[in-house]
Design a protein around this ligand. Structure first.
Ligand code: TRP
Length: 345
């Protein structure tokens, strides 16, 4: 019998949770609860690598938590908490800052994109971000990490850091009787079909919280009217829907809407096209509106209900943090032992 594997993943509380976050990440988090021990973290320490308004940050931490709960993540069977309540994340990140090499971080494409031209003015935290992400995963010695494509490079870095720690300290690890693979190599779990939900206004851009047009995305807190309006206004092309998946090539908007339909209904794109191929977008969009309202409406409503009870949400996070800390503390104690720090027995 193999041990149940441990999943860790994080979502940044930076506002406007949308359909892309839901289908790209949260749906998969919910599913993994059946097969793994899961730890889901609201990564507030990552959020402040770019300045956050403190009032909005508090709100956004609760909102991501509410989205987790409303989507069906069970905070009793699994662990849900916010990162800043477990000091071991930042503590291990420091040790890993001393393991990771500048050259490794210099290759991170997300930093280059986020820092843009004015790199001198980016925070040191934004640069060291991937080391904190490695710490998140390794402090629980998680074996599986559901991430989107955009985070794959960071996960590979976490694997390199884990391996370098195991090598750099191999003698100490052996002398003190730990498993030579003290930090396991975390495996990415890349998600299913509609992982990449694109903008409703431009099928070549990812759906994004920072798009100036609210019509580009469906927010998880949108009500039925807003969802309907946004889908009806979604960009399409003049052709009818194709009958086969091949026909979606070079039709990014059609591909996106069919992908959303497939993901929300748990079907394949091919299957969806067997039903709607040859038809006009108007009919397809009406069915997509119904499906979206059906699936997302209750989640949005439950999120709103939870947001009116911040005391409850905060209590979930405090309890989750206690349980997370118990695991993280043990890892950190071993890390200190391995590195050679003096600490209480
Ligand atoms: N960097 C991730 C993102 O922006 C969030 C994140 C932080 C994360 N720590 C993590 C994801 C650990 C997986 C595992 O999406």
């Amino acid at each position: 019998m193999t041990a149940i594997q441990r999943v860790f993943s994080g979502v940044q509380p930076t506002g406007n949770l949308h359909l892309g976050n839901y289908l790209g990440a949260i749906v998969n988090f919910v599913k993994l609860q059946q097969t793994h021990n899961c730890i889901y973290c609201v990564v507030d320490l990552h959020a402040i690598t770019v300045w956050q308004n403190p009032v909005e940050l508090t709100h956004n931490i609760r909102e991501v938590t509410a989205a987790f709960l409303a989507s069906g993540i069970d905070p009793d069977k699994h662990i849900v908490f916010n990162q800043s309540q477990v000091a071991e994340h930042a503590e291990l990140a420091w040790v890993l800052n001393c393991v990771a090499r500048l050259g490794w971080l210099n290759r991170m494409t997300q930093f280059k994109e986020k820092a843009g031209k004015d790199r001198e003015n980016a925070s040191v935290g934004l640069y060291a971000y991937p080391n904190l992400m490695a710490a998140d995963i390794l402090v629980y010695r998680a074996t599986h990490v559901p991430v989107g494509e955009d985070q794959k490079q960071h996960l590979e870095l976490a694997r390199d850091i884990a391996q370098k720690f195991n090598n750099d300290f191999s003698e100490s690890i052996a002398a003190k009787g730990y498993d030579p693979k003290f930090f396991p190599q975390p495996e990415p779990l890349i998600t299913g079909p509609a992982t990449r939900v694109m903008s409703l206004r431009d099928g070549s851009k990812k759906m994004s919280k920072s798009d100036p047009s609210d019509y580009s995305r469906i927010n998880l807190t949108d009500d039925a009217d807003a969802i309907a309006q946004k889908i009806r206004k979604a960009k399409t092309d003049p052709e009818p829907l194709p009958s086969e998946e091949d026909g979606l090539k070079s039709r990014p908007e059609a591909d996106n809407l069919v992908g959303i339909y497939a993901a929300l209904s748990g079907r394949t794109k091919a299957d969806v096209l067997r039903e709607f191929g040859g038809g006009q977008f108007s009919g397809f969009k009406s069915t997509l509106v119904d499906l979206s309202v059906d699936k997302l409406g209750p989640i949005g409503a439950e999120m709103k209900r939870l947001m009116q009870d911040p005391g409850h949400v905060d209590a979930v996070l405090v309890k989750g943090a206690e349980r997370a800390r118990a695991i993280a503390f043990e890892t950190m104690k071993a890390v200190k032992d391995i590195v050679g720090f003096v600490q209480p027995k």
